[in-house]
Design a protein around this ligand. Structure first.
Ligand code: NAD
Length: 727
């Protein structure tokens, strides 16, 4: 393997080019780092080399560290991680000091980086160790340190260098939020030094002219003071106190990466640079040994990407969608039209009346206008996207569509009617998908003349924001329909999971019990504030009561009535109905009615919890323990996920975990319900679930799959993190 190569020119500039074999984007591996280290040694030792320019042979510089390597580093235990990270620090420090005399700081060789495009993670940490960074004037390039987004922090010196370069306050958005910038903004923020047309030429020129003083980093120079002040400086003190509170407020203390990052920054700021690097490495090791970070990397990076690349795609020729027909231009149809037209797909958007179809198309106009006002789009782009959407009532316009997505009213008769009308027009090999959220796919497929070409493609609302799409196989759905749905989801850049047909599919099946458990507690007299905070302190983005306000109370009433009708006497949720029926009768239908479990102001902004809750359902004198509430809220979702796997609705736990985080925000720090149960261990999980079942009823009963795992000493992902498939 050769990732890095070096070429010396007649002027004495050594050009090191990073061009990872067989990869479209450079990512750093341990082998790659060793190659780079050897080349730097060679350049520093070679008297004919005056300086070094580091660049990439690809259109981008680098996407970061190979996260598979980070995941694998844990094999060597904490010491292995620490040694690996320190090895990297050593290499970067060697580049930074570039052979200069330790006392006089003279005699080093200038090393500059030339970034042709994107530089992320270690792809920016490495340039930060060089003496000057030149970036191509490429507005598509993204520059930054996104590590925090996958549950780690910049551990290749980025944390220490950026804090010392910009000061803690200015570095915060890049380190704590993973903010990415284009080259111009990155220069303005001080992340890089220059934006030029030809970065390699500019870097070369700079290297040939650089003086000894140009090579000494501020933190290696005498009298260095951290911009914005160190922790015990009055201004710095304010920054750190504020940052701690802000981070804790945002993360509720459940994201170990944010805490570890802040600790590395704070403690590092109190000591000399090389000690700070060691502290950074210790915190990074601490973080990698925390199961949350591996679970987040696994779900949010490795498995999410695998699913997007078609890990569960059946063998079938390319099914890229060229012309899409959408039936129903309501909230969902309009959103699906927008994301599809944005992806370059020609769209026919059908509704009963022309003005309804036009309204559906106008939704795209609205979103594009908003993007233009935020300088995220242009008039030309808007015209191009809108030209792809034909709004009509005429089913004949569906001719030539290779995929139909039906999003009409949730009524089997209406759905059957539009299925027949569309199938009369579309080509014989077209695939027909329904966006139903509650009706079984196999039942709806009965209206189709080609049930093997009939499938569920379930979007979440709002379509343009939600990243997950659930693909549902009916009893007769064939492999080409699955491939088509997956290729479509890939075109519109969302993440797919493929599940089998069962009531509420996967996401809604797990989220409804979460909402219900919250409402049940209100009926029991548990303080609503306690319920909402308990959920948030477990890392749920919304408490169950806020969530039901968002999705609307009347939808809850509708689902409750349908479920009661289907289950008859076995219906277990009477206590919940009492609460939501009462709210619905009082017109408190949730956010859209500006009244629900919460109060809202005139503009629809959420205020506090509604004081009337306490009148209708008085708070019990003794309130349950916080942990018990948290267990109820987390187990009710996770046990449902296990049952979905047990019943074969889910076929792959990777989909269960990724789908839970993207679909309904299941505590992302945990990596998803299966990862969460693994972190706890099957034995403890089964014991807690058993206790909850004894106290609150059979909805918490230990699933057989879980008790079998306890008996066999197994976990979902297994010791190697391999995906556990349903039998
Ligand atoms: P909606 O009421 O906003 O839109 C439905 C649209 O279909 C309306 O514009 C209506 O005029 C049109 N329509 C009705 N009959 C038609 C016919 N015969 N031919 C053409 N158009 C017709 O509903 P929605 O929220 O967009 O939901 C649509 C579907 O998506 C439903 O099956 C729903 O279960 C599902 N869904 C909804 C959500 C959600 O959050 N709202 C989420 C996922 C899935």
């Amino acid at each position: 393997m050769t990732d890095f190569t070096m070429k010396k020119d007649a002027d004495g500039v050594a050009l090191i080019t990073w061009d990872a074999e067989a990869k479209s984007m450079n990512v750093l591996t341990m082998e790659g780092a060793a190659e780079l280290s050897a080349l730097i040694d060679e350049a520093l030792a070679d008297a004919s080399v005056k300086g070094v320019v580091l660049t990439s042979g690809k259109k981008d510089f680098a996407g970061g560290m190979d996260l598979n390597v980070i995941a694998g580093m844990k094999a060597g235990g904490a010491q292995g991680v620490f040694d690996g990270v320190m090895g990297l620090h050593h290499l970067l420090r060697k580049i930074e000091l570039a052979g200069m005399d330790a006392k006089t700081k003279k005699g080093g060789k200038p090393i500059a980086t030339a970034l042709p495009g994107t530089a992320l993670g270690i792809g920016l940490e490495l340039p930060l160790a060089t003496h000057r960074i030149f970036a191509a004037d490429n507005p598509k390039a993204k520059i930054g340190l996104p590590e925090i987004m996958v549950g780690i922090f910049p551990g290749g010196g980025g944390t220490t260098r950026l804090t010392r370069k910009l000061g803690a306050m200015m570095a915060a958005p890049f380190l704590l939020e993973g903010k990415l910038s284009d080259p111009t903004k990155a220069k303005a923020a001080g992340l890089i030094d220059e934006v030029v047309a030809d970065p390699v030429a500019a870097a070369r020129e700079w290297v040939l002219k650089a003086t000894d003083a140009d090579l000494v980093k501020p933190w290696d120079a005498k009298g260095y003071k951290m911009p914005g002040g160190e922790p015990y400086h009055p201004a710095g003190f304010m920054t750190f106190v504020g940052a701690s509170a802000m981070v804790h407020g945002k993360t509720m203390g459940v994201y170990p990466a944010a805490k570890a990052l802040l600790s590395a920054v704070y403690e590092g700021a109190l000591v000399p640079f090389d000690t700070a690097l060691k502290i950074e490495a210790r915190w990074f090791t601490n973080l990698l040994m925390n199961p949350s970070s591996s679970a987040m990397i696994r779900s949010l990076f490795i498995n999410k990407e695998a699913l997007e690349k078609g890990a569960n795609r059946p063998e079938a020729p390319d099914q890229t969608v060229k012309k899409l027909g959408i039936l129903g231009a309501g909230m969902m149809g309009a959103g699906i039209a927008y994301v599809s037209a944005m992806a370059g797909i020609e769209v026919v958007l059908i509704d009963n009346a022309q003005d309804a179809a036009e309204r559906g198309k106008a939704y795209s106009t609205g979103l594009l206008d908003k993007a233009i006002s935020r300088r995220k789009s242009t008039e030309e782009k808007k015209a191009e996207v809108l030209a792809r959407i034909t709004a009509t009532t005429d089913y004949a316009a569906l001719q030539g569509c290779d995929l139909i997505v039906e999003a009409v009213f949730e009524d089997p008769t209406v759905k059957a009617d539009v299925t027949k009308r569309a199938e009369a027009v579309i080509p014989g090999d077209a695939i027909f998908a329904t966006n139903t959220s509650t009706l079984p796919i196999s039942g709806l497929a009965k209206a189709s003349a080609r049930p093997e070409q009939f499938i569920g493609i379930h979007f979440f609302s709002p379509v343009d924001k939600m990243l997950l799409v659930e693909i549902i196989k009916g009893k007769e759905t064939g492999p080409r329909a699955v491939a088509k749905a997956l290729d479509f989801v890939r075109q519109i850049r969302k993440t797919p999971i493929v599940v089998n047909d069962a009531r509420f599919f996967y996401a809604n099946r797990c989220i409804i019990p979460y909402i219900n458990e919250g409402i049940r507690m209100v009926a029991e007299g548990v303080s609503p504030v306690l319920i909402e905070n308990a959920a948030k302190m477990m890392g749920m983005p919304l408490g169950p009561l806020q969530l039901v306000d968002e999705t609307s109370i009347d939808l809850g009433v509708k689902i409750a009535k349908a479920t009661r009708a289907a289950m008859g006497d076995a219906y277990p949720d009477g206590a919940i109905d009492e609460v939501i029926f009462k709210l619905a009768d009082a017109g408190r239908l949730g956010r859209k009615a500006k009244a629900g479990f919460y109060d809202y102001d005139e503009a629809g902004k959420r205020q506090g919890l509604w004081s009337g809750i306490a009148d209708a359902w008085p708070e019990a004198e003794t309130q349950p323990d916080l942990t018990e509430i948290q267990h109820r809220l987390m187990f009710i979702q996770s046990l449902e996920a296990v049952r979905a796997l047990e019943e074969g609705v889910l076929e792959d736990i990777r989909e269960g975990d990724v789908g839970a985080i993207l679909g309904w925000g299941f505590a992302p720090w945990s990596g998803g319900p299966f990862s969460w149960l693994d972190i706890m261990g099957a034995e403890r999980a089964a014991a807690i679930s058993g206790d909850l079942a004894a106290k609150f009823g059979p909805r918490f009963a230990v699933p057989k799959l879980l008790s079998d795992m306890v008996a066999k000493g197994e976990s979902f992902y297994g010791p190697e993190g391999a995906a556990h498939k349903a039998a």
